[in-house]
Design a protein around this ligand. Structure first.
Ligand SMILES: O=C(O)c1cc(=O)[nH]c(=O)n1[C@@H]1O[C@H](COP(=O)(O)O)[C@@H](O)[C@H]1O
Length: 285
């Protein structure tokens, strides 16, 4: 491994949110968005889409979150575009959260961890999303490599989709829900970190009052990635209602809500700035 960045991910994220506003914009090149932007559904269209988002936003938003599947569907050339999008975004000062949602037995998880969290990897990112549903302990190689390389890990706890509840709200033998257990693990992982831990949870902004049903304590001393604003129906104004006091640690994600304003660079910028302003206002109210 090459040398570790000076600061852990949590500290870098806190500073980026303070300086650039608390927003994560997704780079999700849906086929329908490529069509809306007047682009072809091929590698040239993918590249133009991704690089336009990077040009518009990487020098101003706190976090960019490329969704790996939209690149992988074009094979190795799509992954090459993803590599470039990651590197150019980081070079322009954005933190890159790779949305890969990986999860496997520990020995395979180590290879996924190396893919995204080892500075020597072509896909090296500031953080990655992972799925804990092979058991939280199976994520250990990623959690350990993140500590070593100053990167972050976001664990799916309470996802934004309605189907998630059948797994995440399930009650374990000790009476706690599966989601609450994941949050407990993350709290332990982040213990003592300042100003913010590097181990985040994904908690949908769409969840509203159903969050209470999951018995979830969101005070994990780590970031809470909150997808669901815009296309999935949540708004910035929902954030204090869903997250309460933890709203300060929320990193709201908007993908299609911003991307639909492209390919005009100024319009993409205006939309991201508007969402970031709304989030700031809601969190301060
Ligand atoms: O981990 C995620 O990013 C994620 C978790 C979740 O619970 N729900 C969710 O929508 N996401 C992702 O967040 C993005 C939401 O996109 P929009 O609905 O277009 O804003 C997509 O890339 C999803 O894959």
């Amino acid at each position: 491994m090459t040398p570790t960045p000076a600061e852990p991910f949590g500290a870098r994220l806190r500073r980026a949110m303070d300086e650039r506003g608390p927003l994560c914009v997704g780079i999700d090149p849906h086929a329908s968005l490529l069509a809306d932007w007047g682009l072809s559904d091929d590698i040239a269209g993918l590249e133009r889409f991704a690089m336009t988002v990077v040009e518009a936003l990487a020098d101003r938003v706190a976090v960019l979150k490329p969704q790996s599947a939209f690149f992988e569907r074009f094979g190795s050339r799509g992954v090459a575009v993803l590599e470039r999008a990651v590197a150019d975004s980081r070079a322009a000062g954005a933190l890159v959260l790779m949305d890969a949602k990986r999860g496997d037995i520990g020995s395979t998880m180590a290879a996924y961890a190396a893919t995204y969290l080892d500075p020597a990897s072509p896909l090296f990112s500031d953080a990655v999303t992972v799925s804990p549903y092979l058991g939280y302990g199976s994520l250990r190689p990623a959690l350990d490599l993140a500590r070593e390389s100053g990167t972050g890990v976001f664990v799916l706890a309470l996802t934004s989709n309605p189907e998630g509840a059948e797994v995440q709200h399930a009650v374990r033998a000790d009476g706690s829900t599966v989601a609450a257990t994941m949050l407990d693990h993350l709290r332990a992982e982040n213990a003592g970190a300042a100003p913010l831990g590097s181990y985040g949870a994904v908690v949908g902004a769409t969840l509203g009052t159903t969050l209470g049903a999951a018995g979830a304590d969101l005070a994990i001393n780590g970031p809470l990635l909150a997808p669901g604003i815009g296309a999935q129906g949540a708004t910035a104004a929902d954030l204090p209602k869903v997250f309460g006091a933890a709203v300060r640690d929320v990193v709201p994600n908007v993908s299609r809500g911003v991307l639909r304003h492209g390919p005009d660079v100024a319009a993409l910028r205006e939309s991201a700035a508007r969402f970031a302003g709304e989030v700031r206002e809601a969190a301060a109210a």
